[in-house]
Design a protein. Structure first.
Length: 153
């Protein structure tokens, strides 16, 4: 035999649910209209501006996209770091290559230090490059991925 059901309890729950939904919907409508009114007060009238659309934020500066591609003999470099210049998210490195050249390389690597032997995968070169962070000009700057090499001792 089934226990008796309390039908009034079911009606009370439905009634409570209806009231809750009504309260939430009313609060949402009030908040929406309040936000619209606040926004209307803070925005200048459309007639005050020729183009009332918001402008896009300035893009985040990144590596130049107009790099000169590396030649086949310059695609992979290796040498010893002689100088490190940290500059925000980049590190500028003066390398002493195995052939005796001393190019400047810029990379996003952080855990590198002078005296360390590294390999550089060149992404390209930029001529007459000015670093705003360093306030310095580079005649030729190699953009690359720098990886430390293990000592062979």
């Amino acid at each position: 035999m089934k226990p008796p059901q309390n039908r009034s309890l079911g009606r009370n729950r439905r009634s409570l649910l209806s009231v809750t939904v009504w309260i939430v919907a009313s609060a949402g409508a009030l908040l929406s209209s309040a936000c619209d009114a606040a926004q209307a007060e803070t925005l200048p009238p459309a007639e005050a501006s020729i183009d009332a659309r918001p402008t896009a934020p300035d893009p985040v500066a990144g590596p130049p996209t107009n790099l000169e591609p590396p030649s086949s003999d310059q695609a992979q470099l290796s040498g010893v770091i002689r100088e490190c210049l940290p500059a925000g998210g980049y590190t500028y490195l003066r390398l002493e290559l195995d052939d005796g050249a001393f190019p400047w390389v810029v990379t996003m690597a952080k855990s590198i230090e002078p005296g360390q032997r590294v390999a550089v995968e060149s992404l390209g070169t930029k001529h007459d490059f000015h670093s705003n962070r360093l306030d310095r000009d580079f005649d030729e700057l190699v953009f690359g991925i720098v990886r430390p090499l293990r000592d062979e001792n």
